[in-house]
Each structure stands twice: as C-alpha cells, then as structure tokens.
Ligand binder design. Structure first.
Ligand SMILES: C[S@@+](CC[C@H](N)C(=O)[O-])C[C@H]1O[C@@H](n2cnc3c(N)ncnc32)[C@H](O)[C@@H]1O
Length: 255
C-alpha cells in the first residue's frame, strides 16, 4: 500500500470536514497576535484552513506542504491569494524569515526518522530573533493508537458515501505506528488504500531533539487553553512552544 493520505484528491476534499477550525486554530491565531508576528510560516499547512486565517494587513504568511492535492485546495480557497504557497518541506523555509513557525494538526508526528532533526534545524535557521516554533504532538503515554482501529463503517461526506476501515499497529522501538486504512468512495466508485506512519515521541525526546537543533522549550501545554503539561498519562496532548536556545539563555541571564 502507498501512503496516499494527502496525495489523493477525494481524501483531500474531505479533509476540512474531518478537521474543522476550532480551539487549536484559535490558539495559533492568538499566539501570532501576541507575538505581533510580521511573518508566519505554516509548515505542513495541508489545505490551508488555518493558514489563510492567520493572514492580515502588514503580515506575510507562507504555507509549505509536500502534498500537491492539499496545497491545490489551499491555494484555491477563499483568502488563498493572501498566502504564499510552497510545495515541499522545511528546506523551503528561508533563513531568518519567520517570527512564528507553526506545525498544526500533528504535522510533527508525520515527520519520521532523520527527517525530524533536519526539519528542526531548518526551523531554527528560519526563526528570526525572538521567533517562536509552536506545534502539538500526542503524548505516547496516553496510547491514543489503541482506539484508532475501526471495523468498516459508512458515512456521508461532501463527495458522497465513504466506507472506511482502519487497522493500527502498536508502536515499534522508535515509537512509529502504522495506520492502514481502506477508503471506499462508493458514489465515485473509487477505493483508496492508505498506509500512514506516525511517530510518537515523549516530551523528553521532543525536548532533546529541539535542544540538538538549538531550540529550547519555553512552554508546554496540555490543552488549547494553555494549562501546563505535567507529563502524566492522562494528558493526551502536548502543545510545545520553543525559541532559539540563545534567546532562552539570554532571557534567563536577565532574570
Ligand atoms: C494532519 S495534516 C495537517 C494539516 C494542517 N496543518 C492542519 O492543521 O490541518 C499533516 C500534513 O503534514 C504534511 N506533511 C507530511 N510530511 C511532511 C513534512 N516532512 N514536512 C512538512 N509537512 C509534511 C502532509 O502533507 C499533511 O498535509
């Protein structure tokens, strides 16, 4: 099976109804406002639902994603012309360009193996002085994958009836799970098999990985209302804000 989760036009067409605007998007918008961000990069912007809502007067917004089907929808959406769209991954982030780099919708978990440290180095290079990286990831201690396998069920979508079934593996030694799904668009008479891999990382691993790229955690929240994360298994979400380690050190020296 190939990974077509984000490369298929029918799956891209139903992405927004499965992943609507909500408190996560509010959080990223508020962070942009609090930082008075003049330039925002949305890495793994997908269909651009959040991306376009972050644009505004006096602000540059750049959306980057490797999936053409997602990016085409992003560019075509209302407000799409206010954003610069780039097809690719983090190497397209310009040096010293961004006051805020976001990876919403668990993008970080899609970036596996050696691509993850390389992505963090590109992000570090792309942050302006005082710039912030913000992203969420799932806490492996909460073992969310245990609930992801589902027998075949049918629902109505914007592109007709969809029968879907999901089988999820336990994590391997790197914390990578594989989610295999069969997606049958009954009215379009198209069946799409998707094999998706996601990497679960503990908070300690995230902190180490960020540190190795020259980034330091400034906050970690357990929810979109900014409740501090304590590291327990009943906190499924980790929302991480990181800054350049030089900036973090400077701030500490001043206090
Ligand atoms: C779950 S979607 C999230 C989309 C959007 N950020 C949101 O909040 O809905 C994950 C996205 O990550 C993108 N992606 C996968 N690998 C990536 C990588 N190495 N760098 C950047 N984006 C990547 C996918 O193409 C997909 O659009």
């Amino acid at each position: 099976m190939s990974n077509r989760a984000y490369e298929d036009e029918l799956l891209a067409a139903i992405y927004d109804e499965d992943n609507p605007d909500g408190p996560d998007h509010d959080y990223f918008r508020e962070l942009a406002r609090d930082l008075s961000a003049a330039c925002i990069t949305d890495l793994g912007c997908g269909t651009g639902l959040l991306t376009v809502t972050m644009s505004g007067p006096g602000r540059t917004v750049i959306g980057i994603d490797p999936a053409a089907a997602m990016l085409e929808r992003a560019a075509a959406r209302s407000g799409g012309a206010t954003v610069t769209w780039r097809l690719g991954t983090s190497e397209l982030i310009e040096a010293d360009s961004s006051d805020l780099i976001v990876m919403s919708g668990n993008v970080a978990m899609h970036i596996l193996g050696d691509a993850w440290p390389a992505t963090l180095c590109d992000i570090r290079r792309g942050l302006r002085e005082g710039g912030v990286l913000a992203f969420e990831a799932r806490n492996p201690l909460a073992q969310a994958w245990q609930k992801w396998s589902t027998p075949a069920q049918t629902r109505d979508t914007a592109v007709g009836r969809l029968r879907e079934a999901v089988t999820t593996s336990a994590p391997d030694e790197l914390g990578i799970i594989t989610m295999d799904s069969v997606n049958e668009f009954l009215d379009a008479d198209e069946a799409i098999n998707v094999s998706q891999r996601l990497q679960f990382r503990t908070f300690e691993t995230l902190r180490e990985d960020l540190g190795a790229a020259g980034l330091a955690v400034r906050n970690v929240w357990r929810d979109w209302d900014r409740t501090p994360f304590t590291g327990s298994a009943d906190e499924p979400l980790m929302i991480v804000e990181a800054v350049s380690a030089d900036v973090a050190l400077g701030a500490r020296a001043e206090t």
